[in-house]
Design a protein around this ligand. Sequence first.
Ligand code: IPD
Length: 270
Amino acid sequence: MSTTHAAPDRENLRDLAVSVAAEAGELAARGQAGITVLDTKSSPTDVVTEMDRATEDLVRSRLLAARPDDAILGEEGGDEGGTSGVRWVVDPIDGTVNYLYGQPDWAVSIAAEIDGVVVAAAVNVPGRGEAYEAVLGGGARLNGRVLEAPPAVPLEQALVATGFGYFPERRVHQARVLSEVIAHIRDIRRGGSAAVDLTGLAVGRANAYYERGLHAWDWSAPGLVASEAGLRVGGPGGGPPSEDLVIAARPELHDALEALLRPLGADTDG
Ligand code: IPD
């Protein structure tokens, strides 16, 4: 027997995401000094700290206390089913290596999906004092100020952010792709947090971003912030963002960057 639910209000989901991300950001920021590696995941360079786990536990408990029937997908704790049609997608600390080294560019990301579509988002970047929020169709904000990404620039004038996966073979191929890309753009940036890279496009810290091997928790919340600020956030061949490739930029630049990346095999492992 199927159960129907009234669609939850997107703004309410956003408000919950914003307040939980702020609390989680404070918790993680307090724990950053003196943090050490607790464990490794997909490869010896893919680290997890005790604060990744403690922060995700806090986020899960706050979300489920407010909305007990929702599902949650979290980077550290995996998938937990629900019955409401809402699923939260959580990265407790995106940029764990930056976090470990005392750098400021890491973020708590919380997105809400309704029936698989991301409708609300919060990205909290404590090291920069930045709280981003977005609602599908309702715009994006940074610390309460409406965001509109700067206009596109030609590919040769674009500052392009990117990142590397944790598997050595993948990284070597990504570096090969980058060694070709760099001849066609202004310069590259490797910031160390996909969430900070994607939200940073909305405030003009770079013109474009691409990366292979991200997961839904890396792109869901910051991707909505970026797209609500006027950027196109997509995957290969005009599809949605995927683990194969995420590209984000103003549409004209997105097309030009994708036309450069695909023949180089940026959406493959070489
Ligand atoms: C990582 C960061 C990094 C990106 C990696 C991600 P994590 O997330 O976003 O910038 O290059 O692909 O896995 O592991 O710190 O949550």
